[in-house]
Design a protein around this ligand. Structure first.
Ligand code: SAM
Ligand code: SF4
Length: 361
């Protein structure tokens, strides 16, 4: 039995739903106490008391939880050697005292949902905070002692111009932030934007231009993963285990985990989860073929790309022979290049990663 050293915990609550977001969450905050009790039950049932290297509280909006409840969950884990405990924060929900208390119980990394600093666009996408609240949250976090702060930005938002986006990047650059997650807007089923597509969305050329500016403006960050930029030594340790295709615990409503070669997920129905938190809804034994495909798909998300010798040994294959046609086809383009140890996508390749990588699957 392998015991994962990394844990994801889902907190499925939000004060309100943003127009673009399909993450599992409810605005029924009356369920918080019952939910946390169920979550604790699941953790006690499944967690094997082994030391954790990373813990990630994601959502929804973890910062909806009172710090006492966060501590109750957090205390269940053996964290002697724990390197990174990340907590997702929405500026709408926090003040200085809250962040200071989080820091004091041992949370050492914050991921703050900024999306944009443009007041008009924040309204158009259904965010309830102002740019000032976002800036305050970053300042509070720094004053509370956090030295590892990540922000989420989205590009391709309704009415967003390249200049708007450049202004967002400029603000981030001047804020002593260590990490940026940058997502292109996706129109996800079960969202307001999916039902009624906003009119003034930037087209794909404009989106590509915005993407190109990111690396230019955030020139003190490394673009180490398709959607992530970090200053040196601040790469997200927890998320990196996903891209390295390693195993991890997943706890909570709609959480996914990977253990002993089995990928599992919990129900995304919060009532059902509260009733039966220890039952996985889906369990899937990952076949060798799927493992190899996942390794390639996830590995190419990283700027280092894939290590051919490592893959050959792990899967007992000759990678270059097996994928000769695809490699030949894309090495002749601007999307794929050879590295010292294997292959990686280029900046242009990152933008078209779905097309290139689907060929391997
Ligand atoms: C769980 S939320 C982060 C924490 C908190 N709930 C908040 O919104 O401030 C995860 C992040 O995913 C990104 N996201 C969610 N839906 C998206 C979409 N449809 N397109 C692009 N990015 C999206 C946003 O940047 C968001 O901050
Ligand atoms: S982006 Fe964050 S706050 Fe908005 S609905 Fe999604 S999880 Fe909730």
């Amino acid at each position: 039995m392998q015991t994962p050293k990394n844990t994801y915990i889902h907190i499925p609550f939000c004060k309100s739903k943003c127009h673009y977001c399909a993450f599992t969450s409810t605005v029924n905050l009356k369920l918080v106490d019952e939910y946390v009790n169920a979550l604790i039950k699941e953790i006690k049932f499944r967690y094997q008391n082994n030391i954790q290297d990373t813990i990630y509280f994601g959502g929804g909006t973890p910062s909806i939880l009172p710090v006492e409840l966060v501590n109750k969950i957090y205390k269940l884990f053996d964290l002697n050697d724990c390197n990174e405990v990340t907590f997702e924060v929405n500026p709408e929900t926090v003040d200085f005292d809250y962040l200071k208390s989080l820091y004091e119980i041992g949370i050492n990394r914050l991921s703050i949902g900024i999306q944009t600093f443009n007041e008009n666009i924040l309204k158009l996408i259904g965010r309830k905070h102002t740019p000032e609240m976002a800036l305050d949250t970053i300042r509070y976090a720094q004053n509370a002692g956090f030295k590892n702060i990540s922000v989420d930005l989205i590009y391709g938002l309704p009415s967003q111009t390249v200049e708007d986006f450049i202004s967002d990047l400029g603000k981030v650059k001047n804020l002593d932030i260590q990490h940026v997650s940058l997502y292109g807007l996706q129109l996800e089923p079960n969202t307001l934007f999916y039902k009624k597509t906003p009119e003034n969305l930037p087209d794909s050329d404009l989106q590509a231009e915005m993407h190109e500016y990111t690396a230019k403006i955030l020139d003190d960050f490394e673009h180490y993963e398709i959607s992530n930029y970090a200053k040196s030594s601040f790469q997200a340790r927890h998320n990196t285990i996903y891209w390295q295709n390693k195993e991890y615990y997943g706890f909570g409503c709609s959480a996914h985990g990977y253990q002993n070669g089995v990928r599992y997920s919990n129900t995304s129905n919060i009532h059902k989860y509260i009733e039966t938190p220890c039952e996985h809804e889906i369990e899937h034994v990952v076949s060798e073929k799927e493992k190899l495909e996942e390794e390639i798909f996830l590995g190419f998300r990283l700027s280092n790309g894939i290590d051919v010798e490592y893959i050959n040994k792990k899967f007992n294959i000759d990678f270059e022979n097996k994928y000769n046609d695809i490699l030949k086809k894309y090495l002749n383009t601007e999307y794929l290049k050879q590295t010292k140890n294997g292959y990686c996508l280029t900046e242009k390749g990152f933008l078209l990663s779905n097309i290139v990588l689907s060929e391997f699957i």
